[in-house]
Write a protein that binds this ligand. Structure first.
Ligand code: 13P
Ligand code: SF4
Length: 305
């Protein structure tokens, strides 16, 4: 038995013994899918976290995702295998910066991308993910909306909803911003028949050059339904790898070798095993904050995009 097979077997055993579920984001190292119970985008994973009856949730994703799972399932133990797995965008706004931003626009509702801390969520009106941002903003029926922290996703929403003024905070995803419009042009000239699929965290110029823009799961679904054979993937490497695995008769090209999120790549199979053995690193959210942060998350889930 190879080391890898042994580790996978141990993880499966421990999952049973400890009544644990493993949730994995589709930017994770692909081998983690071999032990994951659910793989998907942030919305799907937060839904799974809210439904699960297991005692332990091992979150192969970044910190804000595990924190969201803990808020939704306060009585469960939520584990983040590597505690270094943060999100640079989520770190771009803290509670004081949020308060300053809100103070400039009194009374304007605040939509908070889930890529944010529990504390930030706790003072926002509703959360969204990249797959439901447009419908969440629309659901407020407001003329003006504040959108934190991602200015790019906020601007993307604004383009879809011309009747709503979307005032964005100045956060961004460094990984998606490494994808340049020029990269898309170059790839298109190399693969003329390919369809360009991008994530809304990308530059507007990348989005404009795309045939479709959506969350990671929406991109995967697009490929599933499409009869086309070639695709240029303008999001993180993990999506391209999963598409290659699942659609061997189609061709996928990563738009840029720089489209890799280092934070998402922290967790290895060994870390998942250690997380289960030692029940580490447990995600803790202060009770009052968790209670307040639950409302905007539940409000989003209530829309059941
Ligand atoms: P999804 O909403 O597509 O899962 O994206 C989360 C994310 O962090 C993208 O960078
Ligand atoms: Fe955060 Fe960007 Fe990584 Fe997503 S890809 S987890 S937004 S740093």
């Amino acid at each position: 038995m190879t080391d890898k097979t042994f580790i996978i077997k141990k993880i499966q055993q421990l999952k049973e013994e400890k009544n644990a579920v493993i949730l994995a984001h589709c930017y994770q190292n692909i081998e983690i899918d071999e032990v994951a119970d659910f793989v998907g985008d942030s919305l799907y994973l937060s839904q799974q976290a809210s439904y699960t009856s297991k005692d332990i949730i091992v979150f192969a994703g970044v910190y804000f995702m595990a924190e969201t799972a803990k808020i939704l399932s306060p009585n469960k133990k939520v584990l983040l295998p590597r505690k270094e797995a943060g999100c640079l965008m989520a770190d771009m706004i803290d509670i004081n910066q949020l308060r300053e931003f809100k103070a400039k626009y009194p009374g304007v509702p605040v939509v908070c991308y889930v890529n944010s801390s529990a504390e930030v969520k706790s003072e926002c009106d509703i959360c969204c993910t990249s797959s439901n941002a447009v419908s969440v903003v629309k659901s407020l029926g407001a003329e003006r909306v504040l959108f934190v922290p991602d200015t790019y996703l906020g601007n993307h929403v604004s383009k879809q909803l011309p009747d709503v003024e979307v005032i964005t905070y100045n956060g961004f995803c460094p990984t998606h911003l490494r994808i340049l419009p020029d990269d898309v042009d170059k790839m298109r000239s190399l693969h003329e028949k390919a369809i360009v699929l991008s994530h809304p965290e990308c530059h507007q110029e990348v989005v404009k050059r795309s045939d479709f823009t959506g969350s990671t799961s929406q991109i995967i679904n697009y490929v599933k339904k499409s009869n086309e054979k070639e695709f240029i993937i303008a999001t993180e490497l993990g999506v391209k790898e999963r598409l290659e695995r699942d659609y061997p008769d189609k061709e996928f090209y990563l738009v840029s070798p720089k489209a890799v999120c280092p934070n998402m790549k922290w967790h290895q199979l060994e870390d998942i095993l250690n997380a289960l053995i030692n029940e580490e690193h447990e995600v803790v959210v202060e009770k009052n904050i968790a209670k307040k942060a639950l409302a905007p998350i539940e409000r989003m889930l209530g829309l059941r995009d």
